[in-house]
Structures are given as structure tokens and as C-alpha cells.
Design a protein around this ligand. Structure first.
Ligand code: ZN
Length: 246
């Protein structure tokens, strides 16, 4: 997972934007030029000039630009704006403008699935990325649906011997019999997904969504990532020979 995405979970300094990977080219980084971000205090902004700025809240909007010269795509962004006391005693002002992302379009990727990941699974992961900052509970529901699609792709049965539909939990249990490590990760995501989907009282944060997305990413890497079997086989041969062998 791109560490910059994790920095978007909380408020950050408006002069120190995280630089996530560009969703268009997947190579460049997204940067926020100061001229491209507009911050606006809620209510009567005319008062901003004379009162203590600490405690101001509002919204921001703007655009991020890809650093890749062959891409240069934009992502439109918006979210919360606030003014906090500055932590840094050497700061030129006693306050700092802070921002929290709530929308990004096109969506900033929250995980990097291997290229061989089935489209139906990747599509649900994209859906989670498109709502994670604004409504984390919807994002976790999309992650849960991605598990259903993954079980489809892995050939897990949809119905039992009695013809009744199998629950996602049951399908994951069957999958776990042959893939204990990945199955455990996915089962954990399912529990969190259930809470987000069915329990109105459970608080799901964007950070929780990223944690669960990371579980899925690790499982997808094992299922659809580059084949490392030759490396593992050679390590086994070296251990058996107790010396360097081909
Ligand atoms: Zn780009």
C-alpha cells in the first residue's frame, strides 16, 4: 500500500500535502500547488481578517496534478478546512491551516492489486476507493462485496448440497481449507464488513478501511501476484545442500 494514502486519513498541514500515486498513469505522484487549492471559512468569511484565526472551520476545493510529464492528469479534490495552533515554535505564525480530504475524483487508489486480479474484484476495490474519504462505511461494504466476487473467481460454491445459497462466511470457510493464510485475512475483512454493513452503531473510519484493504491486498498478492515459486524452490535446494546451488 502507498504510504501517502495513509497520510490522507487525518488532517494534514495545508502546506505539506501527501503525494499519492496518480490514479491515471499509476507512475507519477499527485501534487497540490498552493494556487490550485482554495480554502473558504464557513459563514461570513469577511470576518476572517480581524478575528483570531484559530478555531476557524470551513471547506476547501481544488485540484492535484500528476508530476509525470507524459501524464499531467488532474484529480479534483475537496474536503474540510480548519485552523489550528501551530506545533512548531519556530513557525512564522502561531497558527496553521489544516485540511482533511473528503472527495477525490477520479478516485485515488487505496491499494495496488496485482495486474492479474480479476476485473470483478478490482471493480469493487475501485468502488471502495471512490467513497472511502466521504463515507467509510460504504467503502467497507464494497470491500465485503469484493470478497464475494473473489470467492466466485476462486470457484467457491454459491449454494450447498441442499440447494440453498451459501453465506459469504461459509464460502470463505471452504476457501480457507485450501488457503489457510489468505482465508484468515479475508475472513477478518468479512467481520469488519459485516459490522459496517449491518450495525449502524459501529464507527468505521477511513483508517479501518485502509487496514482491511491491506489485508485484501496481501491475499491478492498471494493469489494473483508474480510467481515466486522458482525462488522458493531454489531456497529449498540450498537448504538441502547447505551451500550455494543452482
Ligand atoms: Zn499521472
Amino acid at each position: 500500500m502507498d504510504d501517502s494514502v495513509r497520510l490522507l486519513v487525518n488532517y494534514f498541514d495545508a502546506t505539506d500535502w501527501p503525494m499519492p500515486i496518480c490514479p491515471s498513469c499509476k507512475k507519477g505522484r499527485l501534487i497540490a500547488r498552493p494556487a490550485n487549492i482554495t480554502m473558504q471559512e464557513h459563514g461570513n468569511s469577511a470576518s476572517a481578517g480581524w478575528h483570531d484565526p484559530i478555531g476557524i472551520t470551513g471547506v476547501f476545493h481544488g485540484r492535484l496534478e500528476c508530476t509525470s510529464s507524459s501524464c499531467r492528469d488532474w484529480v479534483a479534490v475537496g474536503g474540510d478546512f480548519a485552523v489550528d495552533p501551530a506545533d512548531d515554535p519556530h513557525s512564522a505564525t502561531s497558527w496553521v491551516q489544516i485540511l482533511r480530504l473528503r472527495t477525490a475524483y477520479p478516485a485515488i487508489d487505496i491499494l495496488t492489486p496485482p495486474s492479474a486480479t480479476p476485473h470483478a474484484v478490482a471493480a469493487e476495490l475501485s468502488r471502495a476507493a471512490s467513497v472511502v474519504w466521504f463515507e467509510p462505511r460504504l467503502a467497507v461494504t464494497a470491500l465485503r462485496i469484493s470478497l464475494e466476487r473473489l470467492m466466485d473467481e476462486q470457484g467457491m460454491p454459491v449454494s450447498g448440497p441442499d440447494g440453498r445459497n451459501l453465506s459469504l462466511h461459509r464460502r470463505l470457510e471452504i476457501f480457507k481449507q485450501t488457503h489457510p493464510v489468505e482465508g484468515a485475512l479475508l475472513l477478518a475483512v468479512k467481520y469488519v464488513g459485516n459490522e459496517g454493513t449491518h450495525s449502524a452503531s459501529t464507527a468505521i473510519s477511513a483508517e479501518d478501511v485502509l487496514d482491511m484493504a491491506e489485508f485484501i491486498e496481501v491475499a491478492l498478492e498471494a493469489l494473483y501476484g508474480e510467481d515466486n515459486s522458482a525462488i522458493h524452490a531454489r531456497a529449498t535446494r540450498i537448504i538441502a545442500a547447505k551451500k550455494l546451488v543452482d
